[in-house]
Design a protein around this ligand. Structure first.
Ligand SMILES: [Ca+2]
Ligand SMILES: [Ca+2]
Length: 243
């Protein structure tokens, strides 16, 4: 905690200098950082520290972000659905916040999901489609009951899910290709989706489970490449294997 406060303090100090050479400032934790400090802050393992230089002199760390070449999941659970005796399963896989340097954020999240499968060669994953109240509440409950809804898992208030209106504004499509039809289940936060254009004239086309203030995972349309997010993937598992 003390270290975090120090980071915030030096972030403010760093912002006062105009002549940073940003080409010099990225180093892995295992590089320049003091090993004793890292051992005292286990939550920082696997993160990237950013160091600020002025006149070729290291003045201090000014920020840090979660950084993984290939993130490890923060958890998963399986939902079984049965109809007339036939059952299949979907595995929901959760990732904490993306590396802030990996752009564009939501497409990269979709790409990560597509690398997943329950068995080699089996159906591949995608960003999660929360089509029913049951799926939506189970996913949101998993996030909150496992403490993934805030720091250190996420610091930018949300998790990408597989819903977007990137092709036609206002026409939302799930990652499996199905449309969100007028009478389908939806769980938008109050006054969302609003296609806010404040940060990008193209608006907001990528949906997140929003964990800011009292939203508690209600849906929000977000800029697709403005803030890194946690990720909820789904993997079809027709034969209900266990991971
Ligand atoms: Ca939109
Ligand atoms: Ca919005």
């Amino acid at each position: 905690m003390t270290f975090k406060l120090a980071v915030i303090f030096f972030a403010c100090v760093a912002m006062c200098y105009a002549d940073f050479d940003f080409a010099q400032i990225k180093h892995e934790v295992t590089g320049l950082a003091d090993e004793n400090e890292i051992d005292d802050s286990l939550e920082l393992k696997g993160t990237t520290l950013y160091f600020a230089f002025y006149d070729n002199r290291l003045i201090n760390v000014f920020s840090f972000f979660i950084s993984h070449e290939q993130q490890s999941p923060a958890g998963n659970f399986t939902l079984e659905s049965c109809e007339k005796g036939d059952c299949d399963c979907t595995v929901y896989v959760f990732y904490c916040q993306q590396d802030s340097t990996v752009h564009p954020y939501q497409p990269k999240a979709a790409e990560l999901c597509s690398t997943l499968s329950v068995l080699p060669g089996g159906p591949s994953g995608r960003l999660a489609s929360l089509r029913t109240p049951r799926i939506d509440s189970e996913v949101r409950n998993y996030i909150t009951t496992h403490g993934l809804d805030g720091s250190p898992c996420i610091t930018r208030f949300g998790f990408w899910i597989g819903l977007s209106d990137g092709l036609v504004e206002g026409e939302y499509v799930w990652s499996d290709g199905g449309a969100l039809c007028p009478h389908d289940f939806r769980n938008w936060a109050p006054r969302e989706p609003n296609n806010n254009t404040k940060q990008n004239p193209d608006g907001q086309d990528c949906v997140q489970l929003w964990f800011r203030g009292s939203r508690n995972g209600l849906w929000d349309d977000e800029y697709c490449d403005y803030r890194p997010k946690g990720i909820v993937c789904e993997i079809p598992d027709p034969h209900c294997h266990s991971l």
